[in-house]
Design a binder for this molecule. Structure first.
Ligand SMILES: [Zn+2]
Length: 211
């Protein structure tokens, strides 16, 4: 099955994607991860991406599309994949259609801006092992300290109220139009992404997909 997870930053695409990925036995392809991977592996597009990222610019649609196209040729994508964070814009979705990739379903994970704001601004991350904590839903055993490794937790600049607002604005302007785009193709499913119990929230998506 070829799936796209749509939703605002912080809607739970990554955590739901992990569970769905295990259920379907297909990889989750997160744009952020594959861009870093392409840069690390010094592939042709990876080198191009590196130059753009190092210049402090955002990757253009064509470069993102090229990296995705390269990634889905890998063997592990034979039975499908789950996109998390791609496509992010209408031109990226159009490029995907032009590639001839036949997406089965697009899941729109619905969470209000208020809930996203509450989730992200309370998030703290371990800089060493990457484990996310939450001041309300997943408190560390010792305040400010990672349960796993004892490192001091950080509040990422990405999770400050101001940045979250900017990311939500960008989502509404550039990514939300994809909802109508895929609705018109008859591929859209909407699922209620509200709540902090990930298995419970993900079950709604699994039910909607019938898997
Ligand atoms: Zn840690």
């Amino acid at each position: 099955m070829k799936l796209i997870l749509l939703g605002a930053p912080g809607a739970g695409k990554g955590s739901q994607g992990e569970i769905i990925s295990k259920r379907l036995n297909v990889p989750i392809i997160s744009t952020g991860n594959i861009i870093r991977e392409a840069i690390r592996n010094e592939t042709e597009v990876g080198k191009k991406a590196k130059a753009i990222v190092e210049a402090g610019k955002l990757l253009d649609d064509a470069t993102v599309v090229a990296i995705v196209e390269e990634r889905i040729k890998a063997d592990d994508c034979k039975n499908g994949f789950i996109f998390d964070g791609f496509p992010r814009t209408i031109p990226q979705a159009e490029a995907l259609d032009k590639m001839g990739v036949n997406i089965d379903k697009v899941v729109n994970i619905e969470v209000t801006d208020e809930e996203i704001m509450e989730r992200l601004t309370n998030r703290r991350v371990c800089p060493k092992c990457g484990i996310p904590f939450h001041l309300i839903n997943r408190r560390p055993k010792v305040e400010g300290i990672c349960d796993a490794c004892g490192a001091e937790l950080i509040h990422r600049a990405d999770d400050s109220a101001e940045t979250v607002k900017d990311r939500l604005d960008a989502y509404h302007a550039q990514t939300e139009p994809l909802i109508d785009y895929y609705k018109a193709q008859g591929k859209l499913l909407s699922t209620n992404g509200s709540g902090s119990d990930i298995p419970v929230v993900t079950q709604r998506t699994l039910d909607a997909l019938g898997i």
